[in-house]
Design a protein around this ligand. Structure first.
Ligand SMILES: NC(=O)c1ccc[n+]([C@@H]2O[C@H](COP(=O)([O-])OP(=O)(O)OC[C@H]3O[C@@H](n4cnc5c(N)ncnc54)[C@H](OP(=O)(O)O)[C@@H]3O)[C@@H](O)[C@H]2O)c1
Length: 266
């Protein structure tokens, strides 16, 4: 991994998927951890695994980031100068799928709270200490869905568009400060995400080449934030497809995605 390596990382959504793998890779590199999610058993199991396998300390912080109290507890941990966090990984997130008109507004509120508002608040909590120390990293897990509007994932793709835009903006603001800021933009990755989004039947129709394992996705994110890249898209298939969507007019990509998803029944 390029320099810098991190002393202590706080990873949200560490109880499964990409977050668990990020925590494993950081621990293997000797980074102490604060692991955050709602599922206490899964976090404790991960903490036991990582402390036995590597010479690292792992703190478990059980918190629902859509709940003001849970969010405040994580903000407070990020402001703790006695045990500073030098890498914040905003990874927790979920997606809703299907026609917008059929969605539950309360679930969408939670999606916006977790994918957008928590990312902004936790970044605010972490930044002053990092700036004062002249060193730190913020890795925001966005998505390739952030690069164009996606029919039937209208709110999810909009939340991730926010994450990529926000991350790229503060990446520039913090240039030269010693604080690295990176958006990790994965494509379809084998985790619980698709199941939780209620899209498993549709996802089984996708060809194998579409899928990535969480290990290379997490590794690409950690390499990119160490190197202070503004964004990273893991996987050649996604580098090519997102490259095209960034140069084509958005009216064209929107239409292509809409037609492709109808043909596949997604
Ligand atoms: N998998 C993909 O295809 C894919 C593609 C592009 C981007 N992403 C992004 O990657 C990130 C990680 O997703 P994943 O694929 O690893 O999915 P995942 O396996 O479902 O993991 C989601 C994580 O978020 C946590 N989480 C959910 N709601 C939470 C809440 N209210 N408060 C705190 N933590 C919460 C979950 O933990 P608890 O349930 O224990 O709280 C879990 O640890 C997300 O931001 C997602 O949007 C995924």
């Amino acid at each position: 991994m390029p320099d810098p390596t991190w002393n202590r990382a706080l990873v949200t959504g560490a109880s499964s998927g990409i977050g668990t793998v990020l925590a494993r890779q950081l621990a293997a590199d000797g980074t102490d951890l604060v692991v955050v999610a709602r599922s206490e058993d899964a976090l404790r199991e991960l903490a036991d695994e990582l402390t036995s396998a590597h010479d690292v300390a792992v703190d478990v912080l059980v918190a629902d980031l859509t709940d003001p109290g849970g969010l405040a507890a994580v903000e407070e941990r990020l402001r703790d100068v006695a045990a500073p966090v030098d890498l914040l990984v905003n990874n927790a997130g979920f997606g809703t799928t299907g026609p917008f008109a059929d969605q539950d507004p309360d679930t969408e509120d939670q999606e916006i709270q977790l994918n957008v508002a928590a990312v902004v608040r936790l970044t605010h909590a972490a930044l002053p200490g990092m700036k004062a120390r002249g060193r730190g990293g913020i890795l925001n897990v966005s998505s390739i869905a952030s690069f164009q509007p996606i029919p039937n994932m209208a709110v999810y793709s909009a939340t991730k568009a926010f994450v990529t835009s926000f991350t790229e903006a503060i990446h520039e603001e913090l240039s030269g400060s010693g604080v690295h800021v990176t958006a990790l933009c994965p494509g379809f990755t084998r985790t619980n995400f698709v199941d939780n989004a209620g899209a498993n039947d549709d996802a089984t129709k996708l060809p194998d080449v579409i899928w990535m394992e969480p290990e290379p996705v997490a590794a690409a994110g950690l390499r990119a934030v160490a190197a202070n890249r503004a964004t990273v898209v893991p996987g050649l298939q996604y580098k090519l497809s997102t490259g095209a969507s960034r140069v084509l007019p958005s009216a064209v990509t929107r239409r292509v995605i809409s037609v492709a998803s109808r043909l596949r029944g997604i």
